[in-house]
Design a binder for this molecule. Structure first.
Ligand SMILES: CC(C)(COP(=O)(O)OP(=O)(O)OC[C@H]1O[C@@H](n2cnc3c(N)ncnc32)[C@H](O)[C@@H]1OP(=O)(O)O)[C@@H](O)C(=O)NCCC(=O)NCCS
Length: 422
């Protein structure tokens, strides 16, 4: 074999040769040669759980591509809805396809009145918008019973469109409820990002006019967050999807994974950290504390990127454009100083810790007026298209149900002792 690994089983003295394909070995081949010898791999650090053609990521080189297209080119020239089409269909749409896609998404933004009146309004007055979103997405499966026909192409397309279209409506509804503002219906004459901003901020004006710079910035943030291959929430989507659950239930599971502070909460942690630092004068001492092991620099470092996160570079540019409209976020100077000090400090450079996408995204969201609780919700809106692209791919691949093994470490067999004798 051109590239292979030779393994000597010291129990039997047998030698096996396993091919290395695409940088890895197939577990199916492995278990044929070495039955009963499994991998212990918590967190799936060395396990590829699927083949995927959606997103390419090279963390060493700082490369991110959707369906082969560099993220930089998409962020520069595309729109979120076009990127969503690309992720789901594998190629960019032509004009007619794009118009039909945009039209379909735009005309599926309304939610059933019962979702709002009976369901969303049933939450406690101070409910977290992300908790409301996760539950509302799951509840949608009870409104669209055809969603269970996951192998019917028409039904599948319909649910994909509904999910992408209704996420901003549910997200804005959750926010409005949490601040005691009346629900704003979608405006089908607006583009995706403008419509979301209208549902978020409209008060009494007949038509909400979003600032085009802010609309474009939000659309770019949506593009940057649309997919990121096998992260925690996408894995949740694939695991739940592999049981052939309907796409609303699977998306709710993915959104629940995103709710966790280790996944969708890092940009909120950045804002809290910058607020705690409070002034440029305190940056140096804060960095020294981090170096001494007291906490981490939020928004720095990444499980896969070991160079500058390409999304962080784009976001930094977008931040300047947003601040030219909103005025500078007062925390920006602290962030820039922090980045400057960290990037010239051996502690961070030797560990290859660079700013990630979350370092600047929170500053933009905050400058645009979004409360911290909305940050994971803003992440979930565009990531829905990525989750669905992986869900479709999984079904098209006729994947097996996800069912990892475990290494049992509990007690050996023991006998039940009645309660009065324990
Ligand atoms: C993202 C993250 C969890 C990746 O972790 P990881 O790849 O498992 O890296 P490790 O935890 O193994 O850290 C490797 C080393 O870098 C240090 N390190 C990693 N991230 C750090 C950070 N943000 N600040 C300071 N030190 C950090 C660790 O202390 C460790 O140092 P050591 O080798 O002396 O023990 C981590 O970088 C982190 O916690 N970042 C801050 C939170 C964040 O921004 N998350 C959003 C990711 S999109």
């Amino acid at each position: 074999m051109a590239e292979s690994i030779t393994i000597i089983d010291n129990r039997s003295g047998e030698t096996s040769e396993i091919a290395i394909v695409n940088g890895g070995v197939s577990a199916a081949e492995w278990s044929k040669l070495l039955p009963g010898v499994w991998f212990y791999d918590p967190g799936f650090m060395s396990t590829a759980a699927c083949e995927s053609a959606v997103t390419y990521l090279d963390g060493e080189a700082g490369i991110l591509r959707y369906r082969g297209y560099p993220i930089e080119e998409l962020a520069e020239q595309s729109t979120y809805l076009e990127v969503a089409y690309l992720l789901l269909h594998g190629q960019l749409p032509d004009t007619a396809e794009y118009e039909e896609w945009t039209h379909d998404i735009t005309y599926h933004t309304f939610i059933h009145e019962n979702v709002r009146k009976r369901f969303l309004e049933g939450f406690h007055y101070d409910a977290h918008p992300m908790g409301m979103l996760v539950s509302a997405v799951a509840a949608l499966s009870t409104f669209y019973l055809d969603a269970k026909d996951i192998f019917d192409p028409d039904s599948r397309r319909k649910q994909v469109i509904r999910l992408i279209a209704k996420m901003p409506t549910l997200a804005a509804a959750a926010h409005r409820f949490s601040v005691g503002m009346p629900f704003v219906y979608p405006d089908n004459s607006l583009d995706f990002a403008s419509n979301f901003l209208s549902m978020m901020w409209k008060v009494a004006e007949p038509r909400f006019e979003a600032n085009p710079v802010l609309t474009r910035a939000l659309d770019i943030l949506f593009i940057l967050h649309a997919d990121h291959e096998q992260n925690c929430s996408t894995t949740a989507m694939r695991v739940v999807g592999s049981s052939h659950a309907d796409p609303y239930s699977a998306t709710a599971a993915a959104a629940a994974a995103l709710y966790g502070p280790r996944h969708g909460g890092a940009n909120e942690a950045v804002i809290r950290m910058l607020t705690e630092i409070g002034s440029i004068d305190n940056v140096e001492s804060f960095v020294n504390e981090v170096k001494a092991g007291k906490g981490r620099l939020q928004g720095f470092g990444h499980r896969v990127y070991k160079s500058y996160d390409p999304r962080a570079r784009i976001i930094k540019r977008t931040a300047d454009e947003v601040f030219s409209v909103t005025g500078k976020n007062p925390l920006l100077d602290i962030a820039l100083k922090l980045e400057e000090i960290a990037l010239s400090d051996e502690y961070f450079t030797s560990r290859r810790l660079y700013p990630n996408v979350d370092f600047y995204s929170g500053l933009i969201y905050q400058a645009m007026g979004f409360p911290l609780e909305m940050f994971p919700v803003l992440f979930a809106i565009p990531r829905t298209s990525g989750w669905l692209a992986h869900w479709q791919e999984l079904l098209d691949q006729d994947s097996r149900i996800a069912r990892p093994r475990q290494l049992y470490i509990g007690p050996d067999e023991r006998q039940y002792v009645p309660i009065d004798r324990r």
